[in-house]
Ligand binder design. Structure first.
Ligand code: PLP
Length: 226
């Protein structure tokens, strides 16, 4: 865990922590470290309590559809970001982008504020005038009929037309067998959603996109690692 000087917001190194004064020389950092240690201890207590009272029993515990869960480490990390006052594009974001790109075996990764923003950014990038083949107003983009509203709003935002394809009732994902029927001369992209942790039949969808020269935009808000 990192500790910060609450006066100058400097991240303290291991050797800084053993000294009395922060390298900024303004203050005694001992109380600052103690405040932060107390917060870590209290946060751990809260999460221990939750873990004790909310035991997961395999095959019995119902996993809620839409309640986020956090570990105490995440709660402490977010507190530390606040203590450091670095709430925007800081070290943690850069580190996460690198780890995410490595894990996904891709060259680049850009962290955004939400799944909805990721869709908006991906689609906006594909309207760029430097692209030979880009998405223009009036072009069609194939999306599943069952998804979250912000799978579709970003399509409308760039002036494109969402074409909704029905879902497979087993997986609740887009029915890949119906995609080709929805492709017209105006289709520019397929935007499947891997819904609720169930991966789509992406190999099949990839082949369809390649055959028809379409962009393939994965929407994976609840899918990563599944
Ligand atoms: C399929 C799908 N798309 C988009 C979102 C929105 O994600 P965010 O709240 O991160 O914008 C959700 C959220 O539940 C979702 O399930």
């Amino acid at each position: 865990m990192n500790f910060y000087c609450l006066e100058c917001n400097l991240k303290l190194s291991n050797s800084d922590i053993t000294k009395v004064k922060c390298p900024c020389k303004k203050v005694n950092i001992k109380p600052h470290i103690n405040y932060q240690k107390n917060i870590i201890k209290l946060t751990k207590n809260i999460f221990n309590y939750k873990n004790k009272t909310q035991k997961f029993i395999h095959g019995k515990t119902v996993i809620p559809l839409s309640i986020p869960t956090f570990s105490y480490q995440e709660a402490i990390e977010s507190f530390q970001s606040i203590a450091s006052t670095y709430l925007v594009y800081g070290d943690k974001v850069k580190k996460f982008e690198k780890m995410f790109a490595n894990y996904s075996n891709v060259k680049h990764s850009t962290l955004v504020t939400s799944g909805s923003t990721a869709n908006s950014l991906a689609l906006a990038a594909l309207t760029d005038h430097s692209l030979k083949r880009r998405i223009n107003p009036g072009d069609e983009i194939i999306a599943p009929a069952l998804t979250f509203a912000t799978s579709v709003y970003p399509i409308l935002d760039i002036g494109a037309v969402p074409v909704l394809v029905d879902i497979d009732l087993e997986t609740l994902n887009i029915d890949e067998k119906q995609i080709e029927k929805a492709i017209t001369k105006k289709t520019k992209a397929i935007m499947p959603v891997h819904l609720l942790g169930n991966p789509c039949k992406i190999d099949v969808i990839k082949k369809i996109a390649k055959k028809h020269n379409l962009f393939l935009i994965h929407h994976i808000p609840s899918f990563f690692f599944s």
